[in-house]
Design a protein around this ligand. Structure first.
Ligand code: SF4
Length: 180
């Protein structure tokens, strides 16, 4: 009810953009689906943009058109939903996707990302993810990678493009072998 009231209050001034920050947190799946349906309906009916902020990758996979993955307060990967979920390029995105349950793959244990997120008042130098990244190499601890890429799929990682493709394929293979 509180989420519906907040959405109604947000729509009173007829905005062009609705920012929904964790709109499904602490809701059961039925109410979660109703809230997402309400947001989708408002978007279609009023022709507004929606920015949905969520830690729930299942929700993002369901409703997003474009996805921005954030780490340490900065974007580390941006792309269309199918690019982010099908061909992710950043090691943090890989870790996120390996740490959530998938309906099509049965695993004994999910694979967490080692370590803890950084304090936002003490972000590590270079790539903020480097203390937790299994693929870090020479420049990672002192050169901050900028977002780059071809077309609209961008990532902030020093690994060469071909190496990202190879590493993701290898991680997927290991993940699926462990599930078999
Ligand atoms: S820049 Fe380096 S530490 Fe950061 S994600 Fe890429 S490989 Fe890992």
């Amino acid at each position: 009810m509180r989420q519906r009231a907040m959405i109604a209050m947000g729509m009173v001034l007829e905005p062009d953009l609705l920012i929904a920050d964790e709109p499904t947190t602490a809701l059961d799946v039925t109410v979660q689906a109703q809230i997402l349906e309400l947001i989708a309906e408002l978007k279609e009916r009023l022709h507004i943009g929606v920015v949905l902020v969520s830690h729930n990758l299942g929700v993002i996979a369901d409703v997003a058109q474009r996805v921005m993955i954030m780490y340490g307060g900065r974007p580390v990967e941006i792309g269309a939903r199918d690019e982010i979920f099908g061909e992710p390029r950043h090691p943090y995105s890989w870790g996120l996707l390996e740490s959530i349950p998938r309906p099509d793959v049965r695993v004994e244990r999910l694979q967490p990302i080692e370590g803890s997120p950084p304090s936002l008042i003490n972000i590590p130098p270079g790539c903020a993810f480097h203390p937790r990244c299994p693929h870090r190499f020479a420049p990672c601890d002192n050169e901050r990678p900028e977002l780059s890429g071809d077309g609209p799929h961008l990532d902030a990682c020093h690994l060469p493009a071909a190496e990202k493709v190879r590493l993701w394929a290898e991680r997927r293979r290991l993940f699926e072998d462990a599930a078999a």
